[in-house]
Design a protein around this ligand. Structure first.
Ligand code: ADP
Ligand code: MG
Length: 273
């Protein structure tokens, strides 16, 4: 008999519909008496991009952080909320299961990579540590895998860049490095919170193109969070529009751009013109 591998046990715990990676229902999050997420429901499948779009302060980041239970102190999630990521009921996981989820099937990238990268460590060391920690890679294989990841995210001259420190890279290159680190865990879901907001327009579209390419290659699901409805046009399959803690409109990319129904959606569209 073949012994059960780690992958087998993981597969057994998945009870979502085929390919479904994220299922959020009636999510409510408060800071004290202020409810900042008010009954949000979202679903996402592998190979698909869902854009969560809304003006600043509408609750996008708080929603994203709750998916991995990374909410700041003072936030509380209503017990009637349900979050299932990769078959795991996030709100009832033990600390150990939560660590596995964070280090395994979900990757996360943010607006400003400089704050997430260690300024004192080279790129090779930072990506290497992630690979070592979560995948147990070491020695020569480690260097090869770091290099392969850097090449995959389009860092040119990757072999030479491996020894660079974060401040020696441009904003776009740093975001590529963050994406490489997120890919080190081979995630089924990538959560990208304003990944291009700190970048100029040309670099921003290069990063979005990269995400699209990686999604096709790795069949990942992407939750793309942005205040900028215009930039998701070429990248999202589905769009959910958020306003003051609620999803006010949701539809396919074509529906949202050709016949927006909610005034908030129209306002976001007008802001692009
Ligand atoms: P978005 O990402 O859409 O710009 P956020 O999710 O960051 O918005 O914030 C949603 C709401 O939650 C805002 O009203 C914000 O002020 C509030 N909020 C976020 N973080 C905290 C915190 N640590 N303490 C208190 N309120 C917070
Ligand atoms: Mg935000």
């Amino acid at each position: 008999m073949t012994p059960l591998t780690h992958e087998d046990t993981e597969k057994d715990s998945v009870n979502l519909a085929e390919g479904e990676i994220l299922d959020v229902r009636n999510l409510r999050i408060s800071f004290g008496a202020m409810e900042v997420v008010q009954g949000v429901s979202l679903r996402l499948q592998r190979g698909q991009t869902l854009a969560l779009v809304g003006e600043s302060g509408s609750g996008k980041s708080v929603t994203a952080l709750s998916l991995l239970r990374l909410l700041p102190q003072g936030a509380s999630v209503d017990p009637g909320s349900s979050i299932v990521v990769s078959g795991q009921p996030v709100l009832s996981l033990t600390p150990r299961q939560l660590r596995q989820l964070r280090g395994g099937s979900v990757g996360m990238i943010f607006q400003e990579p400089m704050t997430s990268l260690n300024p004192l460590h080279t790129i090779e060391k930072q990506i290497g540590e992630t690979l070592q920690l979560h995948r147990g890679v070491s020695g020569r294989a480690l260097r090869e895998q770091v290099l392969a990841l850097l090449e995959e995210v389009g860092i040119d001259n990757a072999a030479r860049r491996m020894g660079a420190f974060p401040h020696e890279l441009s904003g776009g290159q740093r975001q590529r490095v963050m994406i490489a680190m997120a890919l080190a865990n081979d995630p089924a879901l990538l959560i990208a919170d304003e990944p291009t907001t700190a970048l100029d327009v040309t670099v921003a579209s290069q990063i979005l193109e990269l995400l699209k390419r990686l999604q096709r290659k790795r069949h990942m699901a992407i939750l793309l969070i942005t205040h900028n409805l215009g930039i998701v046009r070429r990248y999202a399959h589905q769009i959910a529009v958020m306003q003051t803690g609620r999803i006010v409109e949701q539809g396919t990319c074509t529906e949202i751009f050709t016949s927006p129904r909610h005034c908030c959606t129209r306002m976001l569209l007008d802001a692009e013109r």
